[in-house]
Ligand binder design. Sequence first.
Ligand SMILES: NC(=O)c1ccc[n+]([C@@H]2O[C@H](COP(=O)([O-])OP(=O)(O)OC[C@H]3O[C@@H](n4cnc5c(N)ncnc54)[C@H](OP(=O)(O)O)[C@@H]3O)[C@@H](O)[C@H]2O)c1
Length: 301
Amino acid sequence: MKILITGATGFLGQSITSFLLGKGHTIHYLTTQPKKLLDSTRYHGFLWNPKKGELNVKSLEGVEVIVHLAGESIAGSWSKEGKERILKSRIVSSQLLFNVLKNNSHKVKNIVCASAIGVYKNSDQWQYENRSEVASDFLGDVVLQWENENRKFESLGIDVCLIRIGLVLSRTAGALPELIKPIIWRFGSVLGSGNQYYSWIHVEDVTRLFTYAIEHNLVGVYNAVAQEPEKNKEFVKKLATKLDRIIWLPRVPTFMLMLVLGEKHVLVTSGQRVSNDKVLETGFVFKFPTLDKALSNLLNK
Ligand SMILES: NC(=O)c1ccc[n+]([C@@H]2O[C@H](COP(=O)([O-])OP(=O)(O)OC[C@H]3O[C@@H](n4cnc5c(N)ncnc54)[C@H](OP(=O)(O)O)[C@@H]3O)[C@@H](O)[C@H]2O)c1
């Protein structure tokens, strides 16, 4: 199958791309950066510039599925301009894809889009895909607008799958290396109340889930999290045990994290307890269902 990927050069994009290539699929990808353009066997890069409304339409030739991941990292600045870039990079890129598909002949049957569990409220109640209450903060607002933009592909007769991704655990990128560092240096501690849930997923499982969504034509919203969300205090404790360390420092109070991180403190002090029941019901099987299994694999312990 020929698959077009946006954001293919990023953390998740690279993992999904290499998995799909390994399964024999052909990948076209869109990048905003000429230096990331490559053209090799079954892997072809094309340029786009969502801000200017430019996209090389050759990238769509023979494509049946789009995996849409592109968007500026939420780890960047949350200044007024930074927030605008985070939101606009998602909305404008979806709008450009929509217009190109609307105005050109193509064979695209479905689009699998990244979304995020940040849409759910900070709560210790289980969160399901059909929950209508949205977090009333910056992230909730971004995810809501992003999902609404991506639902519009349905009006073109294209099946839409929205994957609400949790905290992705990987050895090399994302949150885990940042959580490991202070624990290794013996100044790790519980953050905020410690009672906030981290709904996490192993990078291999989120990669397999995107592939599963493509190959099984999943339609609608699916949470991409393992079945055992952990409270921050348990997560930190389990991580420390795997690293042969103990947490001896007192917890870092929320007001201190607010002073250091500003509004971004919510990334570590808030959390959602997200259910994966819906994706399990489709028959998808997690390779790393528990934090113990995921950390053992990622830390070789
Ligand atoms: N990683 C997680 O834990 C996590 C959790 C929830 C949701 N997500 C979502 O999943 C998606 C992929 O995540 P990731 O961790 O792989 O992100 P990433 O490493 O930051 O990669 C994002 C990709 O998006 C492209 N991009 C950045 N700014 C852009 C812009 N203004 N216009 C068009 N493309 C732009 C970049 O591609 P080029 O440089 O090649 O143009 C980049 O490779 C993101 O939308 C993210 O919000 C991730």
